[in-house]
Design a binder for this molecule. Structure first.
Ligand SMILES: NC(=O)c1ccc[n+]([C@@H]2O[C@H](COP(=O)([O-])OP(=O)(O)OC[C@H]3O[C@@H](n4cnc5c(N)ncnc54)[C@H](OP(=O)(O)O)[C@@H]3O)[C@@H](O)[C@H]2O)c1
Length: 308
C-alpha cells in the first residue's frame, strides 16, 4: 500500500539508508538539521513549533524517527544537549504524531539495558540504562509509546557506509593504522551485535508495510568484540591483522559505564518469519568496499574508539 512517510534524521547513518531504500510506491520526505541538503527540509526538532508546523502542513501516514546523539561520550559530556536531542525531539515528534494521527516508528538502542543478563534481553525485559545516552533514550521510548500507533525498534551497534560520520569513527582510523602497519589495541571484553544499516533499513520497511506495533528488536545474532570485528575488517580489506592486539583492561572511555553484553534477542522478528539479519562475517567485504563515490574514508588524526 502506498504511504506518505517522514524520516527524521535523514542525513544520519541510518536515515540515509532509509531514504535510499524506500519502497518505490512510498512517498518519502526527510528532515535534516545542520547538514543541509537539497530535497530535505531543515527542521530543528527541539522546537515543538517547527515540528508541529511541519506535520500540520503535510499529510503523513508514518514517521520514522531516527534523530539522536548516538555517541555515548558526547552525551556524557553534554547531558543537557543529549536530553534535548534524544528525549525532547522524541517528545515533540510523538506529540505531533498524536495530534495529526500519524504512526510513529521510533529508533531505540541496546543501551537501555545494563548488559548483566547472560541470556540476553527480549522485548519485555526491564530496561536499566547505565549512562546518559541510555537514560535519555529510555525517556524517548516512554514518549514514543504515548502515540496510539507506535513501534519502538531497539537496535545494536550499527555500521553504515565506510565514510566519516557514516560508520563508527574507529573503523576508518583502524584501516588507516593497519595500512601504515601501526599496532592497534581493540577492546576484547564488550560483546556487541554489529549490524549493517542496509539490513536494518530493509527490515524496517517490512515492519512499516506490515503495520507492526509495540516493541521489537532488530539485530544480527552474531556477537563479537571490537577486537574480533577489527580482525574481520582487516582480512576483508586485505590488510595484515597481526598488528591488532586484544585489549582486556577496563573500558575504552574511562568514567562512562558501558553495558558488558546488552544482547538483543530477536524472537519477535523470527516469529514473524523475518530471516535473521546477517552478521558482520557475511558483510565485511561489502562493507570495506562501501566507500561512497567521491569520498575517501575519513581518517581522524588520532585513533578514537566509539560507543559501540
Ligand atoms: N549508530 C549506532 O550505532 C546506533 C546503535 C543503536 C541505536 N541507534 C539509534 O539509531 C538511530 C539513528 O542513529 P544514527 O547512527 O543514524 O545517528 P546519526 O548518524 O548520528 O544521525 C543523527 C541525525 O539526527 C539529526 N539531528 C540531530 N539533532 C537534530 C535536531 N535538533 N533537529 C533535527 N535533526 C537533528 C542529524 O541531522 P544533521 O546531520 O543534519 O544535523 C542526523 O540526521 C538513533 O535513534 C540512535 O539512537 C544507533
Amino acid at each position: 500500500m502506498s504511504r506518505h512517510v517522514l524520516i527524521t534524521g535523514a542525513t544520519g547513518m541510518l536515515g540515509r539508508q532509509l531514504m535510499a531504500t524506500a519502497p518505490k510506491d512510498y512517498s518519502v520526505m526527510g528532515w535534516s538539521h545542520s547538514d543541509l541538503r537539497p530535497g530535505l527540509d531543515a527542521i530543528d526538532a527541539v522546537s515543538a513549533t517547527q515540528v508541529d508546523g511541519f506535520f500540520a502542513e503535510h499529510s503523513l501516514d508514518v514517521c520514522i524517527h531516527t534523530i539522536a546523539w548516538p555517541d555515548v561520550q558526547k552525551c556524557e559530556n553534554d547531558e543537557e544537549g543529549a536530553y534535548l536531542v534524544n528525549s525532547v525531539t522524541t517528545e515533540n515528534v510523538a506529540a505531533a504524531c498524536r495530534r495529526h494521527g500519524v504512526r510513529l516508528i521510533h529508533m531505540s538502542t541496546e543501551y537501555v539495558f545494563d548488559g548483566t543478563r547472560e541470556a540476553g534481553y527480549g522485548e519485555d525485559a526491564e530496561p536499566n540504562p547505565l549512562q546518559t545516552y541510555g537514560q535519555t533514550k529510555l525517556v524517548a521510548e516512554r514518549q514514543a509509546v504515548t502515540v496510539p500507533e507506535h513501534l519502538v525498534v531497539r537496535l545494536p551497534v550499527l555500521y553504515g557506509e565506510l565514510a566519516q560520520n557514516l560508520s563508527p569513527l574507529w573503523v576508518p582510523a583502524l584501516l588507516t593504522a593497519l595500512t601504515r602497519g601501526s599496532t592497534v589495541k581493540l577492546d576484547d571484553r564488550f560483546e556487541r551485535q554489529p549490524t549493517w544499516t542496509f539490513d536494518v533499513a530493509q527490515t524496517l520497511w517490512r515492519l512499516v508495510d506490515a503495520d507492526v506495533q509495540g516493541v521489537i528488536h532488530v539485530a544480527s545474532q552474531e556477537g563479537m568484540t571490537k577486537y574480533a570485528w577489527g580482525l574481520l575488517l582487516a582480512s576483508a580489506a586485505g590488510l595484515d591483522p597481526s598488528v591488532i592486539e586484544p585489549a582486556r583492561g577496563m573500558p575504552v572511555v574511562p568514567g562512562i559505564p558501558k553495558p558488558l553484553r546488552p544482547w538483543l534477542l530477536t524472537q519477535r522478528l523470527e516469529q514473524m518469519g523475518v530471516p535473521p539479519l546477517p552478521g558482520l562475517s557475511h558483510r565485511a567485504r561489502a562493507y570495506v568496499n562501501s566507500v561512497p563515490a567521491g569520498t575517501a574514508p575519513g581518517v581522524p588524526s588520532s585513533f578514537v574508539e566509539s560507543n559501540g
